[in-house]
Design a protein. Structure first.
Length: 296
């Protein structure tokens, strides 16, 4: 792994640590396939990893109406962020139908199936997908969805990218990042609660607030720390921070949608259950759609 600071032996040791812990086929693909009667279901790529191959699935409104705005929902960019996957599937299975008079939907519910099965932030080549969303990406997960969206050639009004922030961000993944890159990593306080990450280049704070307001009916919102920050970033509203999403090649920068958000659920909180985490993701999407319905 010459692009990284660690040795080939370091990489082999890292790779050997990660075993299959749950089933993509059983947990995710079965749910996706159960929706093919209602949605246009397409396999948009395949990842030929040692534990694979992994087929990649896209769900899309069966009747795309050119007079309706297009909404993109993505989950499982980081496979270990479980509610990102199951929240996307829950929205598509139970709630999207309530919004089909207003919007077309395109959903990629599990972008990183190897990460899902091994409960991992990176892919098996130790690449973090959420810094590599660009054409011909070295991360197959990113290249596949980039090409799929390019083939669709749609304009999107909004993109909801569903994520989690977990305790293992500090205890596992940032230490691994420090070893991989040879750069000291600052650990931050993991916020207890839900928050969103907007795009500093598309600073639609009222859209983010609408998401926060709706999620607050389901679960608690993350407080800022004593420096008025969340994960090291200044807040721009309750539970809202911004990144330069395009510059960082994050998933939410895949399109030129006017409204983009990265949702962040905290599944390790003693105040929530797995079910509530999934419901928070659904509430985030619906909160945004309520705002967009008025915006239209």
């Amino acid at each position: 792994m010459t692009e990284f600071k660690w040795s080939d032996e370091d990489f082999k040791n890292w790779r050997a640590r990660h075993k299959i812990l749950r089933s993509y086929e059983k947990d995710v693909v079965s749910k996706i396939e159960s929706l093919k009667g209602h949605y246009d279901l397409k396999i948009y790529g395949e990842l030929n990893y040692q534990e694979g191959p992994y087929k990649l699935y896209r769900l899309m409104s069966s009747k795309m109406d050119i007079n309706k705005p297009n909404i993109l929902v993505t989950g499982g960019v980081h496979g270990y962020e479980t509610s990102g996957v199951h929240g996307a599937l829950l929205f598509m299975s139970e709630k999207a139908k309530d919004w089909e008079e207003e919007f077309n939907f395109v959903c990629y519910p599990c972008i990183s199936p190897w990460g899902y099965e091994t409960i991992n932030r990176w892919n098996p080549n130790a690449i973090d997908p959420n810094r590599n969303f660009f054409k011909n990406s070295p991360a197959g997960e990113c290249a596949a969805i980039y090409d799929s969206l390019e083939d669709l050639d749609l304009q999107f009004l909004a993109h909801f990218d569903l994520h989690e922030t977990t305790d293992t961000d500090n205890s596992v993944f940032r230490p691994d990042l420090e070893k991989r890159d040879g750069i000291a990593q600052e650990l931050w306080d993991i916020p207890d609660g839900f928050y969103t990450v907007g795009d500093s280049g598309r600073d639609e704070v009222d859209f983010q607030k609408a998401i926060i307001d709706n999620v607050s009916k389901v679960t608690h919102i993350a407080p800022s720390d004593d420096q008025n920050k969340i994960i090291g970033e200044d807040i721009v509203g309750e539970g809202i921070i911004n990144y330069d999403i395009k510059k960082l090649n994050l998933c939410a920068g895949l399109t030129n949608a006017k409204f983009v958000t990265t949702t962040e659920v905290y599944p390790d909180s003693p105040k929530v259950t797995d079910v509530e985490c999934n419901l928070a993701q659904v509430a985030a999407v619906e909160g945004g759609l309520k705002y967009l319905k008025l915006y239209k």
